[in-house]
Design a protein around this ligand. Structure first.
Ligand SMILES: *[C@@H]1O[C@H](CO)[C@@H](O)[C@H](O)[C@H]1NC(C)=O
Ligand SMILES: *[C@@H]1O[C@H](CO)[C@@H](O)[C@H](O)[C@H]1NC(C)=O
Ligand SMILES: *[C@@H]1O[C@H](CO)[C@@H](O)[C@H](O)[C@H]1NC(C)=O
Ligand SMILES: *[C@@H]1O[C@H](CO)[C@@H](O)[C@H](O)[C@H]1NC(C)=O
Ligand SMILES: *[C@@H]1O[C@H](CO)[C@@H](O)[C@H](O)[C@H]1NC(C)=O
Length: 302
């Protein structure tokens, strides 16, 4: 088994070292203009759904709940799907979740329709609890099961908020076909939120209401994030209708999904010293050019 694990993980190490090729140009001045006050558009307003589409369910057509949202008014760096510059993948690492044992993408992609005009599109990626090991841990999650999530970006022309919609759950080991544990959607959401807000105790899933809030900080690679979470009702149904694995997930007479979505606002509150300088200079560079151009114009006309 350990050799198998290691083999599975070699591509991750390789990818981690070569991640810089995927780096996007820094654009700290850029902000989306049409982020609504909530930080996202309700997918329900434009024909979307808060349930994903899972291929090959029985009966057909079941889905998993989109039970967390990183709002589009979060820091723009956090909304970039990158491991560098404090981007989204670094944020996930800050609370113990890593990209898949890459490119060992296991299982079928799920689709989600965020009501942004893209219709159903496949998940951007699957992210797994890394058991304290950023490089190899997600391989362990793949085999032993645990907390994981998929995510999609709301960026189509009809609803371009930049918000990130997350379907979190807690799955059984691969030997049990990655079924979801009892109450595993609500628990998967809350263990993720508990970690993302640095809680020392579990979030009491059964006591949550539409007024519950959690806040806290996490750090990775010297980027420190502040995450403020509000639980919101009215997006997801408090129901088992159409929910994948509803028979085993719904327990004690409660529906499989409690109807709450964890809405996360994420800010970078400190950066490594070197990066702060780089951001500063990339921000002031256009200004510098403008000044030089202006002063040469002035000196020409004199
Ligand atoms: C979505 O992923 C599946 C594999 O899981 C693939 O067959 C399909 O072509 C993908 N759809 C799109 C639109 O990329
Ligand atoms: C963090 O996530 C792990 C794995 O899902 C879980 O065991 C742990 O309880 C979580 N911590 C909190 C505070 O929720
Ligand atoms: C929470 O739910 C209660 C009862 O359904 C409702 O009266 C209240 O307006 C809701 N509050 C918020 C902030 O949505
Ligand atoms: C969801 O519905 C169940 C009853 O089916 C109820 O006990 C529970 O309080 C509801 N949860 C929320 C968050 O409204
Ligand atoms: C990160 O912080 C540690 C300790 O505070 C420091 O030793 C290290 O040089 C920092 N790294 C960067 C890249 O700023």
């Amino acid at each position: 088994m350990p050799v198998f694990l290691l083999l599975l993980c070699i591509p991750t190490l390789y990818a981690a070292q070569h991640d810089h090729s995927r780096r996007m140009p820094p654009s700290p001045l850029w902000r989306r203009s049409d982020v609504p006050p909530e930080g996202y558009f309700s997918p329900l307003d434009k024909g979307g759904s808060l349930l994903t589409q899972v291929p090959g369910t029985f009966p057909a057509g079941l889905g998993e709940p989109l039970n967390a949202i990183i709002v589009g008014s979060s820091d723009s760096d956090v909304l970039k799907d990158s491991e560098t510059d404090g981007g989204l993948r670094n944020y996930f690492l800050s609370f113990g979740y890593s990209s898949e044992c890459l490119g060992q993408h296991l299982g079928d992609d799920q689709g989600a329709n965020l009501g942004d005009g893209h219709g159903y599109k496949n998940e951007t990626a699957v992210i797994r609890w890394n058991y304290g090991d950023p490089q190899l841990g997600s391989c362990k999650e793949t085999i032993e099961g645990g907390s994981h999530f998929r995510y999609w970006v709301q960026d189509g022309k009809d609803a371009d908020s930049g918000a990130i919609f997350i379907a979190a759950s807690y799955e059984l080991p691969i030997a049990q076909h990655h079924d979801i544990v009892p109450n595993g959607y609500n628990l998967g959401r809350d263990w993720m939120i508990g970690n993302a807000t640095g809680q020392s105790e579990l979030i009491p899933t059964l006591d949550l209401t539409n007024t519950s809030t959690y806040s806290g900080q996490t750090t990775f690679n010297n980027y420190t994030y502040q995450t403020d979470v509000t639980y919101v009702a009215g997006l997801l149904a408090n129901s088992s209708d159409g929910v994948n694995h509803y028979l085993s997930v719904a327990v004690d007479g409660r529906p499989a999904v409690d109807g709450l979505v964890a809405v996360m606002q994420v800010k970078i509150i400190s950066r490594p010293a070197s990066s702060a300088i780089r951001i500063l200079s990339s921000q002031s560079l256009p200004l510098l050019y403008a000044l030089v151009a202006f002063s040469s114009l002035v000196s020409l006309s004199l």
